[in-house]
Ligand binder design. Sequence first.
Ligand code: ZN
Length: 109
Amino acid sequence: MVSAALSGLCPRCGAETLFAAPAGLAETCAHCGLDIVSLERGGRFVGVVTMLLALVLILAAMGVDEWLRPPIWASLVFWAPVTVGAVIFGLRFYKTMWVYHQYEESQQP
Ligand SMILES: [Zn+2]
């Protein structure tokens, strides 16, 4: 599942077509034509997930600052890419989980 999220595999054909942008889903699978947008529908907790993730990272950053007291530029240099990376990864992972879940639901008779 983690590798599916990292490479954005289509739940139907397994091609790497799930993401059109680093954290944005494609509308349809370019390989098999699976309608990804309709599968994503209802997955509107994405904003909440992003907020929670950002909050956890900010708290972690504040904890590290208290502990090590690094210069502010060092904090920025370290935390900016970590935050961006974690948010993008979290979104990809969450969206992949959601699309796979919806795909399995849609396969039920
Ligand atoms: Zn496909």
